[in-house]
Design a protein around this ligand. Structure first.
Ligand code: PNS
Length: 160
């Protein structure tokens, strides 16, 4: 059985993430979407539990996709779950430097684990979770950026 972990902070999950997950689910027998902390991103909008629940909700129709969370290093999560492959989406060339560095760093500390990159569908390449938060914080609709079923959760976060 081939398994892959798709890690991220998913604050919140976007249509770009959904595209990568759906395509990965057709290549691998099991896709584990793992919510982790990104030390560069302080004070997330959604708690870890909220992000996990949101992902479980939007991924309910994918039988070979499961959602997990981990407080620690991605490579340790992969080792504990006997996963040898990490998948990351690349939206544009500016993603590449930091993604390459992370993949090489992870491979250096855990040579048995490899990172594969999936090119994001260009129709989603402008979307980022931080852009979603920014628009939503000023009251703009983020329809077309995130799955419809989580729109109200995002709006609720910014209601006074
Ligand atoms: O969605 P993001 O914020 O780009 O995802 C980044 C993430 C969470 C995958 C990355 O920060 C991560 O792997 N965090 C867990 C801690 C870790 O393993 N750090 C070492 C690699 S930078």
């Amino acid at each position: 059985m081939s398994s892959v972990v798709y890690p991220g902070s998913f604050d919140p999950v976007t249509l770009g993430h959904m595209d990568v997950i759906e395509r990965a689910s057709k290549i691998f027998d099991n896709v584990i979407v793992c919510v982790l902390n990104n030390s560069a991103k302080k004070s997330p909008l959604f708690s870890l539990n909220e992000r996990v629940n949101m992902l479980r909700d939007v991924l309910a129709d994918f039988p070979n996709v499961t959602v997990a969370s981990y407080d620690g290093l991605l490579v340790d999560f992969a080792k504990e779950n006997d996963i040898k492959v990490i998948i990351r989406g690349l939206r544009e060339v500016t993603d590449f430097d930091s993604e390459l560095q992370m993949a090489q760093g992870n491979h250096k500390v855990s040579p048995e684990i490899d990172t594969l990159f999936m090119a994001t569908d260009p129709k989603f390449s402008f979307i980022s979770s931080s852009m979603v938060r920014e628009f939503a914080s000023y009251g703009k609709s983020v329809e077309g950026f995130v799955p419809d079923s989580i729109l109200s959760m995002i709006e609720d976060k910014y209601k006074i």
